[in-house]
Design a protein around this ligand. Structure first.
Ligand code: ZN
Ligand code: ZN
Ligand code: ZN
Length: 373
């Protein structure tokens, strides 16, 4: 039902690795160390499981990229899309992988390390090279994956369109009398049906459960009169979707409609603040100002948004204090909410990309409150 976009090539991965090494040098780092996880996927297309056996990509400006891998996993690494853009250095069980890695590193250097590198591997390296020091990659190079190229944008757009199809379908199912977990299963099945390879979350927060933004889905039976927060997403063709809408079972009360209207206006204001040169915190401030104006400031208990790409949550963050300017190609959520403990919650979320002319949404389903059965 959807065609697979042309895969990224070894040249694409080579360019990403070169850019990462140069950004690290500009930041005063001796290099970048990348463990299995989203950074490794982004830089090489290789997706090994993280294990106690060391796999580590070493990037340093002026040096060819080297991927340290366990010998038994080398055949898999050779199949990675970016493999021809790097040198494999394998190590066999019984050898010390940190001793194998050490000669690749400047022994007095400071290195950016992917956030999800296991502590045991970093401590192993540090023991081997006591003169080295380390900084989290999202702290050192938070914008490494933030600006998407044309083909990444197409993937994110396709993921958003698939999530929109899911929302259209879920409005047709019965809510009243079913449990939150039943709706969550429906959402997961629909995400897969519309081309996702991975479901990351299916939030169904009915009635008072909607007031907890981190409520996933539980055994509560949904009833007529409930507001229901829906927030779902995952990966399609390796890129993320993440959208929220809040629906009502039967006709909403005036009070419920009013709260929803405030969130909708706040979401529109946040979207309206998206343009090149504005800062991340400007987006948060624009959305928050509307909610505060209507007296719900203390009920908007999270940041306005987060970046999205090869993961569903990553920098940049739309949060007070984040002065990072917006750049065309950045993609992130705009998702204000109001949470009324003991009563209900409302959240509306779209993925938005920055263009020269302002924001462009990857989620385009109606933001008016839908009535479900
Ligand atoms: Zn109601
Ligand atoms: Zn979400
Ligand atoms: Zn989100």
């Amino acid at each position: 039902m959807s065609t697979m976009p042309a895969p990224f090539t070894a040249d694409d991965y080579r360019a990403r690795m070169t850019r990462a090494a140069e950004a690290a040098a500009d930041a005063g780092l001796a290099g970048v160390l990348v463990a299995p996880g989203p950074d490794l996927v982004y830089l090489t297309g290789y997706r090994p499981a993280a294990t106690e056996r060391l796999t580590l990509l070493v990037l340093a400006a002026g040096h060819d990229p080297v991927l340290v891998v366990p010998t038994l996993e080398a055949p898999d690494a050779e199949e990675a899309p970016g493999a021809s853009a790097l040198t494999l250095r394998d190590w066999t069980d019984g050898r010390d992988p940190y001793a194998v890695t050490a000669p690749l590193l400047d022994g007095d250097g400071r290195f950016g390390v992917s956030d999800n590198a296991w502590a045991m591997h970093l401590l192993g390296l540090q023991k081997e090279l006591p003169g080295t020091s380390y900084v989290a990659l999202t702290e050192a190079l938070p914008m490494l994956r933030a600006v998407k190229d044309e083909r990444e944008l197409l993937r994110l757009e396709a993921a958003g369109a698939a999530a929109d199809e899911v929302y259209g379908e879920i409005l047709q199912v019965r809510f009243a009398g079913r449990r939150e977990t039943d709706i969550a299963s429906d959402l997961a099945a629909l995400l897969m049906r519309f081309g996702h390879s991975q479901v990351d979350f299916t939030v169904v927060g009915s009635g008072p459960n909607g007031a907890n933004p981190h409520h996933e889905a539980g055994d509560r039976t949904i009833a007529e009169g409930d507001m229901v927060v829906l927030d779902f997403g995952g990966l399609k063709h390796g890129y993320g979707s993440d959208t929220s809408r809040t629906v009502h079972v039967g006709e909403p009360s005036v009070a419920e409609q009013r709260v929803h209207d405030v969130v909708r206006e706040a979401q529109q204001a946040g979207f309206g603040a998206v343009r090149p040169g504005a800062s991340c915190q400007d987006v948060d401030r624009a959305a928050r100002a509307v909610i505060t104006e209507f007296g719900y400031g203390k009920n908007f208990i999270h940041r306005t948004g987060h970046g999205i790409g090869v993961t569903t949550h990553e920098p940049p963050y739309m949060i007070e204090g984040e002065e990072q300017p917006l750049v065309p190609g950045m993609c992130f959520s705009v998702e204000p909410g109001i949470y009324l403990p003991g009563r209900f919650g409302v959240r509306i979320e779209d993925i938005v990309t920055v263009t020269e002319d302002g924001g462009r949404r990857f989620n385009n389903t109606p933001r008016e409150m839908a009535v479900v059965e």
